[in-house]
Design a protein around this ligand. Sequence first.
Ligand code: OXD
Length: 308
Amino acid sequence: MSLLLVSKNRNLKPYKEALLELDPNLDVDIWPGIQNKERVQFAVAWRHPANLFDGFPNLKVISSLGAGVDHLLSDNTIPDDIQFTRIVAPSLSGQLADYVLTAVLNIIRKTDRYLDQQRRAIWRPLDSIKKDAIAVGVMGLGAIGEKTATRLRDNGFNVNGWSKSQKQIDGVNCYRKDQLGSFLAQTNIIICLLPLTPETEGILDLELFKSLKKPSFLINVARGGHLVEEDLIYALDTDLISHATLDVFSEEPLPESHPFWGRDKITITPHIASVTDPKESAELILENYKRMLSGMDLLHQVDREAGY
Ligand code: OXD
């Protein structure tokens, strides 16, 4: 029995080391160095090569190496009977909450504008936005969204939250799926933390931007596929959106020629809002590996139909 680690763009050695530190008897392969395909029962994947998982006769579970599973769900060649799980490490939601809080504070304290002024040796105080004059709105109230919403609440922000089913979170105004219009009308800073599914693809579009309370801002830490890029450019150019903070893009790395680069109303980071820690992930991977071997329910199992 072996466990396979696969990624086209991540160094997986620290994950293998962390797994072997927890259990030296594990048999762990890193793609493409696979000893014996028939022995692989559990795989951990992040941006795997197309069609890879079709040829493992005994593969039972694939875990995403992160919280998102869109890279697995979009691969139609993965047999239907393989179960998907994901890694929802406590530090992952904490990191995302920190990133979003920083982005929100940067917006209201106009940090980007001051950096630009500094580069040009301009001494000019700007009006900051008062916390109580605006509301932030978190789209997606799963484990990560809830952590982000409560972090913002605890820092004195008015917080709205929107999710598929009605949630109750202390101090957060929770709206359900069919209340999107009211949620947007009460929100200035929209924060996308939704899973990427056919239903949420392209949700950050011109219609949504028009429905926000003014001044309006966007923070996208979910997936590039949620955003209609040309609509954002139009919304920024027409001042419908005052500023966008983007950590995720439909093409990553963001190509050098992309029109987002060089726009002073966009802050770009290279998909670093949260990064899985090898030691913490290894514990969660091993827990699910043991659960699979003993036939127990997996932690953070993904509903392949629902898409999250
Ligand atoms: C994730 C991510 O899905 O880092 O964990 O985007």
